[in-house]
Write a protein that binds this ligand. Structure first.
Ligand code: NAX
Length: 366
């Protein structure tokens, strides 16, 4: 049995966490031999609800659930953590403009980035779920100068899984036999769900589906799936989002299946011509806690246009929160090549951010 890992979850009494925490505690995320310590964080007014949830977790008597601690602030909740699942965010209220939403979440994620910088384990791996997820990840990452941008990711796995499920339904294939789907860009309606590299039973998907269906039915369906679910059940996707969080983290830490590609929102290093320094969903492969962008996929002009559209939206979002992005972390986000040892940012000259820092030290046991 391994030593327990510490996992912080914000928005821990919310709908996604209500599904997620039971999966994490039962070993679905990091495996049946990995004990977990859950450091659960909520708003002060939600602590009673969180206490109730913690009691339910305790009542499941999960063998892997080592400890639960409850916190009403991130500075305490992020202490020594190895993983951060940033789910809590300010929802869009009536009459609220998109820029207001960006701004109010920017404050939350600025504070969380700083707290990760100051209190988390140096090797912490962060997944941002709360919307706007890509730009919230950027804000958190830019506010954590001691951490590498490659330690921050945004969730686009739900879009990836949606694409797989809907394609499986359309083709009659088992989702297990579908691979190499790519979600490019933002977790929003501008995302580009790309099936040009996807396969069903190792045969190209594009030979098996009608292009009109792909363009006019499939793509808008994936882009608008979140809204469709809200319309049907009056609340947003929760169980499927929790499953996507598990899949994202499991693949990141334990590795993707051989030959498989998954989609993760990560800081752009300029691959595929995407502007550096924004959090953009790319095709990646993971191995031992590292991720690497899958390079060399052929992109048609038709696909490029869609990639640029979602990139433009992310650049707009970045511009809207630019005043909250500290200039001191601009260079590490612009001049980055993601090293095979994830968690380490190399600058173009091959050095790390500060040769004298304890950057490479870690006390993570896994
Ligand atoms: P809920 O409203 O059910 O729960 C959110 C919880 O977060 C609440 O209990 C609230 O008190 C808490 N919270 C808010 N600000 C906090 C802070 N600063 N620190 C700690 N806790 C805080 O929402 P839920 O359905 O769980 O969704 C959470 C977030 O995920 C939303 O922003 C939502 O838009 C986003 N989603 C992102 C997805 C993605 O694929 N990236 C998909 C699912 C989901 O829509």
């Amino acid at each position: 049995m391994r030593r327990p890992v510490r996992i912080a979850v914000t928005g821990a009494a919310g709908a996604i966490s209500n599904s997620l925490l039971f999966k994490v505690a039962s070993g679905e995320m990091f495996g049946k031999d990995q004990p977990v310590i859950l450091q659960l964080i909520e708003m002060p007014g939600r602590m009673e609800a969180l206490r109730g949830l913690a009691m339910e977790l305790e009542d499941c008597a999960y063998p892997l659930l080592h400890t639960i601690t409850l916190h009403d602030n991130v500075e305490e909740g992020f202490n020594n953590i190895h993983y951060a699942l940033l789910i809590g965010a300010r929802p869009r209220g009536p009459g609220m403009e998109r820029s207001d939403l960006l701004e109010s979440n920017a404050e939350i994620f600025t504070r969380q980035g700083r707290a990760l910088n100051d209190y988390a384990n140096r090797d912490v791996k962060v997944l941002v779920v709360g919307n706007p997820a890509n730009t919230n990840a950027l804000i958190a990452s830019r506010n954590a100068p001691k951490l590498s941008p490659s330690q921050f990711t945004a969730l686009t796995r739900l879009d990836h899984n949606r694409a797989k499920g809907i394609l499986a339904n359309h083709t009659g294939a088992n989702p297990r036999n579908i691979g190499r789907i790519v979600i490019w860009g933002n977790h929003s309606t501008t995302q580009y769900p790309d099936l040009h590299h996807a396969t069903v039973l190792d045969e190209p998907v594009m030979n098996q589906i009608d292009f009109d269906w792909y363009q006019n039915v499939f793509i808008p369906k994936i882009q608008n799936r979140g809204a469709e679910i809200i319309e049907a059940r009056s609340v947003s996707s929760a169980a499927s989002a929790a499953q996507a969080v598990v899949d994202h983290m499991r693949d990141w830490i334990l590795g993707t299946d051989a030959g498989e590609i998954v989609s993760m929102g990560i800081v752009s290093d300029g691959s595929y011509g995407v502007e550096k320094g924004i959090f953009y969903s790319f095709p990646v492969r993971c191995d031992y806690g590292r991720y690497q962008i899958v390079r060399g996929l052929d992109i048609s002009e038709w696909g490029r246009e869609r990639m640029r559209l979602t990139e433009a939206e992310l650049l707009d979002e970045k511009a809207a929160v630019n005043h909250l992005l500290p200039p001191e972390t601009e260079a590490s986000h612009q001049n980055l090549s993601i090293c095979l040892r994830s968690g380490v940012t190399l600058y173009a000259d091959g050095t790390g951010p500060d040769a004298s820092s304890k950057y490479l030290t870690t006390n993570r046991v896994m």
